[in-house]
Design a protein around this ligand. Sequence first.
Ligand code: C2E
Ligand code: MG
Ligand code: MG
Length: 593
Amino acid sequence: MKVAPVPSNEQERLATVAQWCVQHQEQSSELRALVELARHYFSAPICLVSIVGECQQWFTARAGLETPGTARDVSFCAHTILQAQPLEILDAAADPRFADNPLVTGEPGIRYYCGAPLRVEQRVAIGSFCIIDTAPRAALNDAQRGMLLAFADMAMQIIAGMRRNNFHDQATGLFNRLKLECDVGAGLDRGQSMTLLAVDIMSAEALSELIRGLGYNFAHDLTLQAKSRIASQLQSGLSLYKISPTRFAVLLEDAAAVLPLCQRILQALQAPAQCHQIPVLLDAGIGIAPITPLEDERNSLEWLRRAVAAADTARRSAGRHAWYQTEVDAAQRRAFMLLTSLAQALHSEDELSLHLQPRVELPSGECRSAEALLRWRHPLLGDVSPGEFIPLAEQTALMANLSLWVMRAVLRILQCTRGLDFSVSFNVTARDLESATFMDTLLAELQRQAVAPGRVQLEFTESVLMEQPEEVHQQLQRAGQAGIAVAIDDFGTGYSNWAYLTRLPASLVKLDRSLVQRSARGGKEALLVQSVVSLASSLGYQVAAEGIETAEQLAQAKDWGCAEAQGYHIARPMPVEVFRQWYCRTRLSGPLA
Ligand code: C2E
Ligand code: MG
Ligand code: MG
């Protein structure tokens, strides 16, 4: 078998293939109709549009053949691309170049082949349009040859149309992300180092607000203005890509040109844009990421992720441009990794568990309740604190599943400790209460498992600004009406204030440990905390002091009139079984405080 020699313009040819075709793309219906038509016209069992890549040929359209491609070594079309005219083999079994080719000796058993090269600008052949028979044939006559060439021409026109669709962003007419991927790939093939600029014109949230307030047309026209401002700063030869609704990209080979270009683009985006007679300030930032052939990560699109990560930092930095930095990125990657493994943790047997931390009543010191705190042992990272993963989960739909998991685990604990006289509180976030689902499930499960609602308490923290405060209040109200007590957690931090407190149907206020610890400084600080406690008490709330670490703090909490205390001084959070033993022991030996 004779393997087709590599064409003399192979580098240029491969770059053209990369620019024109996308491998693994679904067959287009037009190309598919064309090969069916040709198969019919020539009464041939097989007709293909084959693109010849570096090591393989792949069929962007095929009729009469299942295989999506073959190795280039055995490809007939790899021979076709070497010549200007169609290549016709009347009987492959009698042709020394092909007689022992596995496509001839085995499936599909090629005997007749005629392929017309698919040419870009009459110079570079990217593949061929071919008909194949499994029996030898006579040569095509002139009219038939003419038809084959016409079919090849039509195929090229369809491929050009696909290229326009594949590689262009419809809204701006710019190249799109796929084209950027192809261009980076072609650069890496040439061994070229490059720098990618990801130009964000505003945050995704700002864009959706703009669309909500002023409509799609407005946002579209604003994007077009940003596009022309950026494009006006590019030297000839540089392309502008549109890679997401808020993000443009520029690929540079000249490292020295990077910073001056960033500055020019940022300057150009600085003045307010006049859009529909409304001046709009853009909020631009540029992320810069080097791409080197040494660490060729084209398949994972790592280079793109880096530029985008840097762009996020850039908008918040003084100069509004930021190089990709491993450390900043490491935090983002950890967050991402935690979120993906958290989804798995929810389905694993032993990664998540609950610890219980006793809460004691004051002044008696008796323990009648405990707070359930989530624990996560990651298989690789070990223990991850809820202080780290809960705020991450809160930004995603995972939080709902996590809260349901905790709720079910709490109910299991309460079922197993039916004889013991204590209640368990657990933490819920505003997100859990923005729809009725969570409360519906809680109420249904309490009833199903015959657990008295009075044994459950919800600790609610307004850690994120509530998007639907009305719904949240309504759900807390439902809890109250069902006999489930509601506590306001971490009071004195975050968004909590008196106005908010009086709106929430809560009976207990948990003073955050930062307040308790501030009071240790004495003077005004202590007076402040004391006033908070007495004001809350006079408004009818019970007050619990969190983070009690010393005997003095406990004595102080008693003095202030706190109804409850919780903290390391009393006991640390502990596994459920350890808590059960602790509880029984202290019940026997008497109050702790
Ligand atoms: P939180 O609800 O205010 O829980 C009290 C936190 O303070 C717990 O931290 C507890 O271990 C810690 N703590 C208790 N006593 C002391 C003390 O004397 N000194 C000090 N320094 N710390 C003390 P943890 O378990 O790390 O939880 C942190 C936060 O994560 C919780 O604060 C809560 O907001 C959140 N969280 C924990 N579990 C869950 C959960 O199941 N669901 C939700 N939504 N949030 C949870
Ligand atoms: Mg809590
Ligand atoms: Mg707290």
